[in-house]
Ligand binder design. Structure first.
Ligand code: SF4
Ligand code: SF4
Length: 126
């Protein structure tokens, strides 16, 4: 059973309590379909400009997280007919942030949690 942590964006922290992120994690759906089984290991909130993500990830790793997923709303936005990547999401630098977390902590990282945009292929750093 994989222990999976989530990092969300502060720009959405007062609007979404990660409802679909957790639903998908517990059901191994969407961004979590890469696991046979997984349980939550913890959640942290990134804060701009994102430098804190490495330290937060070190703590998550120390607490037992085996991988960290970054929320879909960091790179996609909701429209009438679903979630789309054309205009990005809350974070312009999410790929750089994820790459830095992976490089400096060694923990596998995954871009995406719930409601993945159509045709998005799950991107991982391992
Ligand atoms: S990815 Fe969706 S469910 Fe998760 S925090 Fe963002 S808006 Fe909420
Ligand atoms: S750096 Fe990106 S992910 Fe982190 S809080 Fe700012 S916009 Fe959100």
């Amino acid at each position: 059973m994989k222990k999976i942590a989530i990092i969300r964006c502060e720009k959405n922290m007062d609007r979404c309590p990660l409802t679909n992120c957790f639903k998908c994690l517990m059901g191994t759906e969407e961004g979590f379909e890469i696991y046979e089984d997984c349980i939550p290991a913890g959640v942290f909130t990134c804060r701009c400009p994102g430098d804190v993500a490495v330290d937060l990830s070190k703590i998550l790793k120390a607490k037992g997280a085996e991988a960290i997923h970054f929320c879909t709303c960091t790179f996609a936005e909701k429209k009438d007919k679903g979630w789309f990547m054309e205009n990005g999401g809350f974070c312009e630098n999410i790929d750089e942030i994820i790459a830095k977390v992976n490089k400096e902590t060694g923990i596998p990282c995954v871009k995406g949690t719930a409601h993945l945009p159509k045709d998005y292929r799950i991107k991982t750093w391992s």
